[in-house]
Unconditional design. Structure first.
Length: 129
């Protein structure tokens, strides 16, 4: 079983959507993602089983078995290629922190009946509740 951040990265690769990694992807995250895609596509092209797994996952990005298979091939590539390992580490950090730093919300006391909790981040302009 792959780690959640690894599966998020694989899902982003097969859907070509960096937002699968981080909702608010910073410019550096987008660049790392683009570089990783190029390296993965080039590498998998030379390995028929990896290319087939990638093709299957791209046809159905909700197929968890296909994503796991691609994750396995990507893990091997990560072990063999230091640049892929570096890019994966950078993208894992982005996936784990949301791409723009971490946010922690703590609620003390009960939240029920008439109580309301509002969570947000990076508001620009007025906010009226």
């Amino acid at each position: 079983m792959s780690d959640p951040a690894g599966i998020a990265i694989v899902t982003a690769i097969v859907t070509n959507t960096v937002q699968k990694i981080s909702e608010s992807a910073a410019e550096g995250t987008v660049e790392a993602f683009t570089s990783l895609c190029k390296k993965v596509f080039a590498r998998f092209r030379g390995i028929p089983q990896a290319q087939e797994a990638l093709d299957e996952a791209r046809l159905d990005s909700d197929d968890s078995a296909a994503l796991e298979t691609v994750a396995g091939h990507l893990h091997r590539a990560e072990q063999e290629d230091p640049e892929i390992a570096r890019l994966m580490a950078e993208l894992r950090r982005a996936a784990e922190t949301g791409g723009g730093g971490s946010v922690v919300n703590t609620i003390h006391g009960g939240v029920s009946d008439e109580a309301k909790v509002v969570q947000g981040r990076d508001f620009h302009g007025d906010l009226r509740l």
